[in-house]
Design a protein around this ligand. Structure first.
Ligand SMILES: NC(=O)C1=CN([C@@H]2O[C@H](COP(=O)(O)OP(=O)(O)OC[C@H]3O[C@@H](n4cnc5c(N)ncnc54)[C@H](OP(=O)(O)O)[C@@H]3O)[C@@H](O)[C@H]2O)C=CC1
Ligand SMILES: O=C(O)C1=N[C@H](C(=O)O)C[C@H](O)C1
Length: 267
């Protein structure tokens, strides 16, 4: 039997495509509030559950969430991810506090669930992602690199997840290019502890907490007679929303563990 174009089922328009059901963990927090608003306003997404610290986590499963967005705390996030994987719910995670060991644990949890996706991004801001890329590209040309991250004083972790990841990317690029350790004559005996910041794979990272700030980062690079400073500023948490929504829309097509939104942006 042949079918004429008139018999073919109509292609669904975006408005008719099934909505993606989204649950938000940390829903009453600074980021969670913003994410709930952004999901609510998106025509292709449906906010089905809002869960905060004293709420029942099973609400997201009971509500039929296909994707959970987690902006909670470093000490809660692993339990939440475990729960989502067990419930076959994709997970978009903005909460910080991930090291190689935590990532390996999540990859292990995902092994028996090849259809589930978990995306962990220390920063969903497009400008911040680009800053990380530019810094990693430039760092091998300069003997010295240091990072300064500046945040609002309610932030519980230091250094920021973004700064830690930037430092690791920069350090890896310098190692690959054979760049030696940065010159630094500082003697422990002549210094106050912490004065040179945290050492992340050989890159000093300095954390500032200041009323009035949101989320900011500078990567300073120095060579003989010149410096290059890359700076990114998030003045408003709205800056993270395009990246979060992109991840929510894409995670269903990306099973397994994804770190960062670089691959979603084609970087
Ligand atoms: N990836 C990115 O682009 C960004 C990441 N972040 C990160 O996101 C995280 C949250 O930041 P922010 O929104 O400022 O923090 P907030 O403290 O404002 O929000 C966290 C919320 O999570 C709640 N919470 C804690 N534990 C649980 C749990 N087990 N289940 C559900 N809810 C829970 C808290 O409740 P209560 O207050 O009662 O404890 C609070 O409402 C941080 O790790 C931060 O670094 C922030 C901005 C951007
Ligand atoms: O706590 C914050 O505010 C932020 N946390 C993330 C981080 O630690 O890198 C992202 C952004 O810097 C804002």
């Amino acid at each position: 039997m042949t079918t004429s174009p008139d018999d073919a089922p109509p292609t669904p328009t975006p408005a008719e495509a099934p909505l993606i059901s989204v649950g938000v963990l940390g829903a009453r927090g600074r980021m969670g509030t913003e994410v709930c608003r952004a999901v609510d306003e998106a025509e292709d997404l449906e906010l089905v559950a809002m869960v905060d610290e004293r709420d029942w986590l099973f609400n997201v499963a009971d509500a039929g969430a296909q994707v959970v967005v987690d902006f909670t705390r470093p000490d809660s996030v692993m339990e939440n991810i475990r729960f989502c994987i067990d419930q076959n719910i994709h997970c978009v995670v903005g909460t910080t506090g991930f090291d190689e060991q935590r990532l390996a644990t999540i990859a292990e949890w995902l092994r028996p669930k090849p259809e589930v996706g978990v995306l962990i991004a220390p920063n969903f801001g497009i400008g911040a992602v680009l800053l990380m890329r530019f810094a990693a590209e430039a760092a091998r040309f300069f003997p010295s690199v240091e990072i300064v991250e500046l945040h609002h004083p309610a932030k519980v972790d230091a250094p920021s997840g973004t700064a830690a990841r930037t430092a690791r990317l920069v350090a890896a690029a310098r190692r690959a290019a054979g760049v030696p350790a940065a010159p630094d004559a500082t003697r422990e005996s002549d210094s106050l502890p912490g004065a040179r910041g945290a050492d992340v794979e050989g890159i000093p990272v300095h954390a500032v907490r200041l009323t009035g700030l949101v989320a900011h980062q500078e990567v300073l690079m120095g060579s003989s007679g010149e410096t290059l400073t890359l700076r990114h500023d998030s003045y408003d948490r709205a800056s993270f929303m395009p990246g979060v929504l992109l991840a929510v829309r894409e995670i269903g097509n990306r099973p397994g563990l994804t770190v960062g939104i670089e691959s979603l942006l084609g970087l």
